[in-house]
Ligand binder design. Sequence first.
Ligand SMILES: Cc1cc2nc3c(=O)[nH]c(=O)nc-3n(C[C@H](O)[C@H](O)[C@H](O)COP(=O)(O)OP(=O)(O)OC[C@H]3O[C@@H](n4cnc5c(N)ncnc54)[C@H](O)[C@@H]3O)c2cc1C
Length: 471
Amino acid sequence: MGITRKRMLTLMGATAAGSVAASVTSPAAARAVTGLAAGIPDAHVLRRDVCVIGGGSAGTYVAVRLGDLGRSAVVVEAKDRLGGHTETYHDPATGGTVDIGVVVVEDDPLVHRHFGRFGLELTALGGFGGDPAFVDFRTGRPVAYTPPAPTALPTYADLISRYGPIDTVIDLPDPVPHELAAPFADFVQKYDLGSVVPLVFNYGQGVGDLLGLPALYAINLFGQGVLRNIMARSFLTTAAHDNSLLYERATAHLGDDVLLESHVLRVDRSGRGVRVLVATPEGLRLVVARKLVVTCPPLLRNFAGFDLDATERSVFGQFVSGAYYTGVARLSGLPEGLSIENVAADTPYNLPPLPGLYGLNPTGIPGLYNVKYGSPKPLPEAQVRRDIRAGIERLARAGTYPVRFEELEVFAGHAPFELHVSPEAIAGGFYRRLNALQGHNNTYYSSAAFHSHNSSRIWAGAETLLPSIAA
Ligand SMILES: Cc1cc2nc3c(=O)[nH]c(=O)nc-3n(C[C@H](O)[C@H](O)[C@H](O)COP(=O)(O)OP(=O)(O)OC[C@H]3O[C@@H](n4cnc5c(N)ncnc54)[C@H](O)[C@@H]3O)c2cc1C
């Protein structure tokens, strides 16, 4: 999330606290693939209790925990590493590290257990910058802005507590209360919550149009778990400032049960179990398992080759996504330790219009700044890179800081991000239908779309499913 401990304390003030898969969707291609599967030598057939698709936060956790429960699992991951949105930049010059994806985790026994089992120490979330400067990146000019003390936080906490832990499992009352499907702006206005909006916006970076989206998504992201840790000022990060270590050690722990750079070609759940044909760098593998756990974003394009039924297709077909981008920029000319937050002089709650930069944060490595950029919908990455550079260069052109953009040392697009559905779908019981798919066709689901964009909540949510998956 996009907030340093220092910044959070400031805001708190004195208050209380597929490409291959896509090619086998036609019936003829599917028959051909089924034929291929039939000819797979036994040495290339992996028999496991569970096949997990996607090896990010949810998939890695599920696979590791299934092992604890005496079940075998294999993870099929598209990229060449586990970790998903957890990503760490290693600066070749200094050896320093920058977590450019997932930074903070909650102070929760489950979180301590998960890191602890891999020998990773957690420490209080720190920051490398001082109080931020506020700049409108559309003009590059400073904005006279003082973030409000979030005095409405206790009211907000009280209001969302009536919905229970919907940051862990999106289990909504039936019928769905109107205020959850209505825009978050209405929720804020109705309960006079304006003072918490900048905090929710900053913590909830990546959510897109925070005020326009249904309030459910703000409450899901800025939920009970986050509130507990904000109130107690207890967010944690790895002492090594390298959250990817969790996934490197999990990869070693899982050993041959991880198929990297691998793509599902075909899923057949017609029998008593599941058969998953996977293209790996070593050739085709057939996973024969009792159950399937899908942890990649549940967008239809990630189900190419699956034998989806009409219900699954109609539910997953409703998701649309936003996008979140991150990177490390090498800049010169900025005062040391300066962090800059994008605020707009002329918008409700001074929220910057998106697509746009959230801001720049020093990394503790001289000259390197973490940049974060959000968009309500995915954009071409070249466009985002250009826009990041242009925004930074406007600071110099406006005479605000004599900054020089040297280069983007690393850039990562995190799209799709924050899957959401229409207000009508929410009101019509979309999440009831989504949750009803758990176990349907021997398939379970665990990922941000089912819990929230919060690794600690994802792991807590996965725990609620593990007894059924392992049964
Ligand atoms: C920049 C950034 C900062 C964040 N900061 C925080 C933070 O500080 N704290 C926090 O708790 N959360 C943070 N988050 C939220 C983060 O999304 C969640 O914590 C969590 O990582 C989501 O887990 P997931 O398993 O749903 O998705 P992911 O971790 O993205 O895992 C999905 C995996 O599935 C793989 N995949 C996708 N499609 C396929 C396919 N078709 N076949 C096989 N594999 C596939 C992907 O490559 C990926 O590895 C941040 C996110 C971003 C982008």
